[in-house]
Design a protein around this ligand. Sequence first.
Ligand SMILES: [Zn+2]
Length: 461
Amino acid sequence: MNSKIKFYNTLTGEKEDFTPINKDEVTMYSCGPTVYNYAHIGNLRAYVFTDILRKTLKYEDYNLKQIMNITDIGHLSSDADSGEDKMTKGLQREGKELTLKNMRWLAEIYAEKFFEDTGKLNIEKPDGIYFASDYITEDIELINKLKEKGYTYQTSDGIYFDTSLMPDYGILWGGKRTWNKENSRIEINSEKKQPEDFTLWKFDNKIGFPSTFGQGFPGWHIECSAMSMKFLGDQIDIHTGGVDHISVHHTNEIAQSECATGKKPFVKYWMHNEHVDTGGEKMAKATGNFLKLSSVIEKGIDPIAYRFWLLMASYRTKMNFNWEALMGAEVALKRLYTLYNELGNTIGNIDENHRNKFKEYLEDDLDTPRALTVLWDLIKNEKISNADKKATILDFNKVLGLGFENLKQETIPEEIIKLAEEREQARKNKDFKKSDEIRKKINSLGYEVKDSSDSYKISKI
Ligand SMILES: [Zn+2]
């Protein structure tokens, strides 16, 4: 493997050489959606990012095993064990009784909607997708391990993790023990020993799952630790999620995983994508400041234009969404499609120079904006044959996922082809008057002929 990949690792705050724990298989865990409502286009950025990451690793010939969870047990799904519960809110909206069965019903509906959206964005499905509620036994086992090692304590409402017992708690956040004391989202719970201590198991006598600690629900963070360990092992290469997961969710995943196994680090490379803002504010369902992918489609915009727009910035750059920017991206994408369609039907060889450049940019922490400049440069390059351009674009498309493989060649009517042939003959005979007349006739029928040194191309006007 001659890969020279560098990834920005949130854990160290630096771009680092990527060397997987096991060279035969890269293990990656992606925090999945909480399925109580439609995803908004800001949420979907996280999955376009993991898709580019996934496809880049495969492009670089790594074997990859990527797992994603679906959070379908809502009781503690707010970031900091506080605030309104998302799944409960979803069931109330649907006018359904709060039961485990109904939670699953709701989750399956919105998981399907989620995959419809990701499919429209050409996002490949991870190798394993699992609902959290199917792995409660694994959560309980992990909590028991922490209990045996003395990391937990019980209050009247649940089992908590004692963060004071982990000297490097908060390392993802810069290793500061006082990091979230001022964080207003942490609710004051008088029974907690430290404000940053978090729930591993929350008691609920009405609708919870049975456990040795009493009926209840697992904390949100524990599902990702338990499922990551079950499917990928105690230590993994990459864990992805939005930047909003750094301070609480991922910090707590590290704490419970490393304390349970005694192995550090739980994750070698933590990778986080930035948000999409709209009107200067973070897109969020809680505030109502959000857009669904269906709103983009209803406006007549190709959803791939949204993917293309996202790729115009690094995944670590905050983006500000507005319709003008998206429509601009769509115009550029359609231009690429037109240029691609003009390349003809023959697929030649991949241009190695352009491929190397394209790879070099992706290897630099997935620099998609620069990778796109290679695509434009290639398509406009006069020294490369159309067939080779086509082969190279289809190769780049394995990572970019811009839909080139599905573009239909325009079918030109027989009458137009005949006229174009006649015109070409006239041109060869230097009968320019005749060739000009035929060109005008072709134009009047809605087509145009473009000449190159040794051939010509017909396209719709
Ligand atoms: Zn997670």
